[in-house]
Design a protein around this ligand. Sequence first.
Ligand code: ZN
Length: 191
Amino acid sequence: MKQYLFQELLHAAHEVYSSTDALKQFAPWPSDLLYVERPVQPVPAIRQIKMWSDEHPLHTATQQVADIGDWKQTYREDEVGFGFLQDYGYLELYGPNGHFQTDQGRAYIGYWGRGLYYPWHRHEAEEIYAVVSGSGYFESEGAEAALLKTGDTRMHHSNQPHALTMTDGPILTFVLWRGAGMAGLPLMGAR
Ligand code: ZN
């Protein structure tokens, strides 16, 4: 049952990928995805995720795995504050430590709650965000800021500082990483 729900999640993510040119141009879909059992690791935000009603298939598929996901939080309380950690979390859908194992790429599903401010940060890997549901105000150094909604994408270059503010409500995103540093983690306060 658990594997079935993650297959559904992967399928819904692939539908988003196949219908979004910017994602297809960013990185190929891995050819060797293998489901692995990951520990169930909850975050407080799964309660918000499950209560947030939206029809998008990747949104509902994420809700289906909310209670069985290996949720991660890259940051510590002294970096982002207590509130941030209550309202945020992400899953590694595929990648070196993902629910589907591969070394060909890395994909996340990330959630940030209403009113949250994700401060300036950077990472070596190149990144593209696709908004699944909700909206967020995306800022990145050297580029015009923009409020992005369902279907919109935004790319961040290697070590390009960026920030995200949830102005109108929460946001659910599908995120791909590529290139050097793909196995690394985001670093805070590096503007
Ligand atoms: Zn990033």
